[in-house]
Structure formats: C-alpha cells, structure tokens
Design a protein around this ligand. Structure first.
Ligand SMILES: [Zn+2]
Length: 293
C-alpha cells in the first residue's frame, strides 16, 4: 500500500495483524499448558527413573542405634583358631575384599576354613549404561575366584541373582541355608541389614537380611558377625593387614584401576581409620556381633 504526497518515498504500511478470536486464544493457551505439562512430566519421569534405577537406599529417618550397645567379644580365640569354619555371605563379587579384607587376610594366616556365598553376579559393575552384563558376569566371577584363592578360601558359591535386584525371598534364604548346612560354620560373616549406613546399596542390606534369616533358621553357627554397620560392638585391629587388603582390592581389576583404585583405597583406609579410632587402633574393622547359641 502506498501513501500519496511524497512521490520519491514509498511507504509500506503493514497489514494489521488480525486479533485472535476468543476461541483461538483458548486454543493457544491450551497448547501452551499442554507443552508445559509434557515438559514437567518428562523431568519428573527422568527423576523417577533415576531414583528407581540407582541401587542405593537412603533412610529418611536415621535408625536408632541400640542403647546401650555394650562391646562383645565374639570368642576371639575360636575366631582365630586353626580350622575354625567361617562362611562369608556377600552381595557382590568385591564386597568381602572391600569391607572385611583386613580380617580375611588375618583369618587366612590363622588357618581358618573359609567359605563364601556371593548372592549376585555384579553384572552391572559401576552402573554405566550400556555395559555388557554377560561380560561383567564372567569377568567378575573370575576376579572373585582369584580373590578367594588369595585369602585361601575353600569354596565359593555364586547364587547368580541379578545385580541391584536382590530380595530376601524364601528361595534365596533357602539357598544360603543349604550352604550353612553343608559347611556347618562356627561363624557367619555378613552385611548388617538392620543397622546399615544411612545410604547404602540395597543388595548389601538384602544380603544381610538373607544371611540373618538363614542363620536363624538353620541353628548351626555360633556367631553372626555383621559388617558395614552403624552399630558395631567389636573392632578387629587391622593396622598390620592394610598392605594385604590393598593387594586384595587390586585383584578386582574391572572395578578398581588407575586413579579409581587410589580413590577406593583412600575410601577404605578412611573408613578403617574411623572404625579403628573408636577402639584405639590405627586401622580397624567394626562388627556387630550376635551370639546365636
Ligand atoms: Zn557391593
């Protein structure tokens, strides 16, 4: 459209933008609300998936430690006697070296008769997406077997449940009970399912529950020694076993390597210093000892 007057300049006046009708305005608003809902919904779904996928459990309410919680000697003379039968029940292939590597080194030297049950295959490793579960299964079984040989274990039973999905179901408890009845251990070493760290792997908690239920239903073992606990009543002095424990950690090459190995060693040493401090040792491993009979 041109404006008459100045012939040299042609003004272009834009067409007026039509005002949307009331009906169209409602449609535009509806579309905006739908887009927003999809956006929020996707974010919530991603958060939910993340929480569901990650393997840790967190106690919103801090668990009350038994009070009083007197120290208990788990018949140390028997524990470190030659030929004492011990069954270790763990969740993942590297748990025993990580949590009780110091005690295992000492038991290996004292001539204990050591056996282990590992409930899952550890097939998720560090929970990277797209890891090859089948390969993890093979590699981690091999590493656990090598570690068992390093602390002179006599037998190792893999229950083969999937990593992250361990549950204290009767059939799982029965499998551990069968091992207890076969080995007839004096001691059962397991995670503390009742007093775990506030944030801890759910497989660890379930493996602890499973071991405790199996110990109670078999009436075989004299003692239940529970590790990774916030309620320890006994500390083993591992100040002189730290170098041995480091060698055990190094066996799990698929999990601990390079800078990550150093980080894990620092973490284990830090926890051992904390546990040892309570009992006046340089390094220690804390246990909640329960006398079964
Ligand atoms: Zn674990």
């Amino acid at each position: 459209m041109s404006v008459e007057g100045d012939e040299s300049i042609e003004y272009v006046i834009p067409e007026p933008i039509p005002t949307p009708s009331a009906e169209e305005r409602i449609k535009i608003r509806k579309r905006a609300i739908t887009r927003r809902l999809w956006g929020y919904g996707t974010i919530l779904a991603l958060i939910y998936f993340g929480l569901w996928y990650q393997p840790y459990e967190f106690d919103l309410i801090r668990r009350q430690i038994p009070n009083p919680n007197p120290s208990v000697d788990p018949d140390s003379k028997l524990l470190f006697a030659k030929g004492t039968k011990i069954l270790i029940v763990t969740a993942h292939p590297d748990d025993s070296e990580f949590f009780i590597g110091g005690l295992l080194s000492q038991l290996s030297k004292s001539g204990a008769d050591l056996h282990q049950v590992i409930c899952t295959d550890g097939d998720k490793g560090y929970y990277f997406f797209f890891t090859d579960a089948e390969k993890n299964r093979v590699v981690r079984r091999e590493e656990a077997t090598n570690a068992l040989h390093a602390w002179h274990g006599q037998s190792l039973e893999f229950l083969g449940y999937p990593d992250r999905w361990l549950h204290a179901k009767p059939d799982v408890v029965q499998k551990v009970s069968d091992e207890i009845l076969r080995i007839k251990p004096n001691y059962i070493l397991a995670f503390d399912g009742d007093f775990p760290p506030r944030a801890s792997h759910q497989d660890h908690r379930r493996a602890g529950d499973i071991a405790k239920l199996a110990a109670e239903q078999t009436h075989v073992a004299k003692w239940l020694l529970l590790f990774s606990t916030i309620a320890p009543n006994h500390t083993i002095d591992i100040s002189n076993s730290w170098e041995d424990q480091k060698k055990l950690l190094e066996i799990h090459k698929s999990q601990f390597y390079g800078k990550h190995l150093t980080g894990i060693e620092n973490m284990v040493e830090f926890n051992a210093a904390k546990d040892g401090d309570r009992a006046g040792f340089e390094l220690g491993e804390g246990f909640r000892c329960i006398k079964l009979k």
